[in-house]
Design a protein around this ligand. Structure first.
Ligand code: GLN
Length: 457
């Protein structure tokens, strides 16, 4: 894989840092284990992996693709990375993303653009474009991402890979750089559903260091994927989410056509397909773009020039105070999209506006959860396209934040409701780019989507 990385990186640019020395050391250590020791490890033991640069790695620079963290070398490992190491999985490097995971194209990275391996004139999606591109380009067999509003799934759809956001609380967030804490979740980016399930079982399960971590082991995803691979879905009820089932202007016709073809395949395998309604899903985007910036503005307050990375002193002639140093640091260290969201978030949280904005958005969120609960009374798993479009060209949405935000229309609802969701490839459109099919399962029923996805794969 290090050889593939060397050959592919000049065009793909999926990695912000390749940690070859560490990876080779970890691989050597794994090789030295006895056959008995290896047999006792998970099935993916020894398989290398790439990690989104939003997840901290001890001794390996971690930047969240932001200038404000440039040069920061974490003194500790995130829980997921600890678990990868315990499974003998070498870390190939840190992958590119939109700065602090804010974006849908990876173009907001402070350092580089990542190309879509299917068409290098197009974006790989975002924010986890680096992880998805690395997996799609065979630079890494597996990768980790973080998903706050679709950042594992939408890049999965854009690169023809499998992207999963587990149930909120299913995977520890300890050591994941916080974007919006009530929405953030770490998950796998892989080329197959079974790989995803096996990786999820390694990183998932209770962790005392994350207070929102569910006190239980990971869900039985791998067994479900193996069962699904037999392509018998008799007894499973699949609900088509009416409001985002691919009709309407936002959806490219071929995305919808591939989605419908996959629904037909589920039916052919014995699933009962019905239409369900999640009526208030239309308010998801609005609620998300209040809740997310509010939490992000609060989380990003820690980048003050004191604790981590960059420090910029005020220019000559300006009083050299701590407050001025913080302003100068944040002005130089954060990119435009991050600043835009900090402004939105601090506004929504400010006295006098809190109830009108943040309070209302949280209420809307509860209504959306209620709608999903009702839909799950009728169906075991819900389906919709992952993203309304295939990968778009570089530059085509970068100056229009609203156009970029709208691409998240089908991924955001699962984050708001804490539900597990997964994107798998559904075909290739006539423009030569892959399309994505999304499953959404009830909380802590991740195995249901793994079973259905493995059947469809
Ligand atoms: N596109 C979403 C956003 O910009 C993705 C966020 C995420 O999942 N990290 O907020």
């Amino acid at each position: 894989h290090l050889d593939v990385i060397e050959a592919a990186e000049p065009t793909i640019k999926a990695f912000l840092k390749v940690s070859s020395d560490e990876a080779l050391e970890q691989a050597d250590a794994f090789d030295k284990l006895s056959a008995d020791e290896k047999a006792a490890m998970p099935e993916l033991a020894g398989v290398p992996i790439a990690v989104k640069d939003m997840i901290v790695t001890k001794g390996i620079e971690t930047t969240a693709a932001s200038k404000i963290l440039e040069g920061w070398v974490p003194p500790y490992d995130s829980t997921v990375v600890e678990r990868l190491k315990a499974a003998g999985m070498p870390i190939l490097g840190k992958t590119n993303l939109d700065e602090f995971a804010m974006g849908s194209s990876t173009e907001h990275s402070a350092f580089q653009n990542t190309a879509n391996p299917w068409n290098t004139g197009c974006v790989p999606g975002g924010s986890g474009g680096g992880s998805a591109a690395a997996v799609a380009a065979f630079e890494a067999p597996l990768a980790l991402g973080t998903d706050t509003g679709g950042s594992i799934r939408q890049p999965g759809a854009f690169t023809g890979t499998v992207g999963v956001k587990p149930t909120y609380g299913g995977v520890s967030r300890y050591g994941a750089i916080a974007m919006a804490s009530s929405l953030d979740q770490i998950g796998p980016a892989t080329r197959s559903v079974l790989d995803s399930a096996l990786l999820y079982e390694i990183i998932g399960g209770h962790d005392l260091r994350d207070s929102t971590s569910i006190p239980a082991g990971p869900r039985p995803a791998a067994a479900a994927a193996r069962e699904g691979a037999r392509r018998d879905l008799k007894g499973m009820k699949v609900g088509l989410i009416r409001e985002i089932s691919g009709t309407g202007d936002a959806f490219e016709p071929e995305v919808t056509a591939h989605f419908n073809a996959c629904v037909k395949m589920l039916e052919d395998m014995g699933a009962e397909v019905i239409e369900v309604s999640v009526p208030r899903i239309d308010y998801s985007l609005g609620a998300y773009y209040i809740v997310m910036p509010s939490e992000a503005s609060s989380n990003l307050a820690r980048y003050d020039g004191m604790r981590y990375g960059l420090r910029v002193m005020p220019p000559a002639g300006v009083p050299q105070t701590a407050a001025n140093m913080m302003s100068a640091t944040r002005e130089a260290g954060f990119g435009d999209e991050v600043k835009r969201r900090i402004i939105l978030g601090t506004y929504a949280l400010s006295a006098g506006y809190y109830d009108a904005w943040y309070g209302s958005a949280q209420k809307v969120r509860t209504l959306i959860i209620d709608d999903f609960n009702k839909a799950f009374e009728q169906a075991d798993v819900l389906v919709c396209p992952t993203a309304p479009t295939t990968a778009f060209e570089f530059g085509s949405k970068i100056d229009d934040p609203m156009a970029m935000y709208v691409n998240d229309i089908a991924t955001i609802p699962a984050n708001l409701a804490g539900l597990p969701a997964m994107s798998i490839p559904s075909g290739v459109a006539s423009n030569g780019l892959p399309t994505g099919f999304q499953f959404v399962a009830p909380q802590q029923k991740d195995e249901v989507m793994y079973k259905a996805a493995a059947a469809l794969e």
